[in-house]
Design a protein. Structure first.
Length: 205
């Protein structure tokens, strides 16, 4: 039997990661109907308060397949970050990141810090060997949050992701335990590579 994964509270300099509570339903709903979330994630387009309530109830439980944290900044809900079990065993555990910042909290380093805390937890407490990140090709802000934490320049994979029924080109990057946890190249250089990948993509996000 696989054990469920705990949702420990993790503290960073400006954010705290904690289990979701009923108080997060309203801001989760606001985030879910935001244009950027609809564009870059597969959140249902017809999103209701009841769906937000069910979602928060589900992700606040300890599960086998995934750990979800609410990100809190200055006492307010600022986003959600997930660590999904990707497989591996006997020291070869692997996790995949998923995240979204509430629109009122974007551009303040919230997700960059949250990714660092989750990666620490994955390599430390969970003993994972690697953590992966994927996004639709063109989601520069998503890559910047993981770039800050050492994720290598992504590869662009044709038709990697099912985006509401349309196979969409995806960026993929894997961070291995022991990799430096700082940017692999200056952002301007990374951005130039990403822009070329976007230009060359057949079906960017
Ligand atoms: C992507 C997202 C999670 C980033 O969250 P955040 O808390 O704003 O992230 P951070 O502030 O830590 O870092 C984002 C960085 O990307 C930059 N950025 C955002 N959009 C950008 C764009 N289109 N082009 C270039 N840079 C961009 C921000 O300016 C910021 O950089 P800075 O810190 O140097 O100013 C947030 O924009 C979001 O929730 N988007 C919608 C959902 C989504 O895309 N989720 C990820 C799916 S893979």
């Amino acid at each position: 039997m696989t054990a469920t994964l705990a949702i420990p509270t993790l503290h960073g300099p400006t954010v705290t990661l904690r289990p979701h509570t009923a108080a997060d339903i309203e801001p989760v709903l606001e985030r879910a109907v935001d244009a950027a979330c609809r564009r870059w994630t597969v959140v249902p387009l017809e999103y209701t308060r009841e769906m937000a309530r069910e979602y928060v109830e589900e992700i606040s439980r300890e599960r086998e397949s995934e750990v979800s944290w609410a990100i809190e900044r200055e006492g307010r809900y600022a986003g959600t970050i997930d660590l999904r079990v990707r497989g591996g065993a006997q020291g070869h555990g692997a996790g995949g990141l998923g995240f979204a910042t509430h629109q009122d909290a974007r551009g303040r380093g919230v997700m960059s810090e949250a990714v660092g805390l989750v990666v620490d937890h994955a390599f430390g407490h969970l003993g994972y060997e690697l953590v992966q990140w994927e996004a639709n090709v063109g989601n520069y802000g998503s890559y910047k949050a993981v770039w800050r934490n050492g994720f290598p320049l992504p590869v662009a994979v044709p038709a990697l992701l099912d985006h509401r029924g349309v196979m969409t080109d995806g960026w993929h990057s894997t961070l291995w335990r022991g990799d430096p946890r700082e940017p692999v190249v200056p952002w301007d250089d990374a951005y130039a590579v990403l822009r070329r990948q976007v230009s060359a993509a057949r079906r960017p996000g």
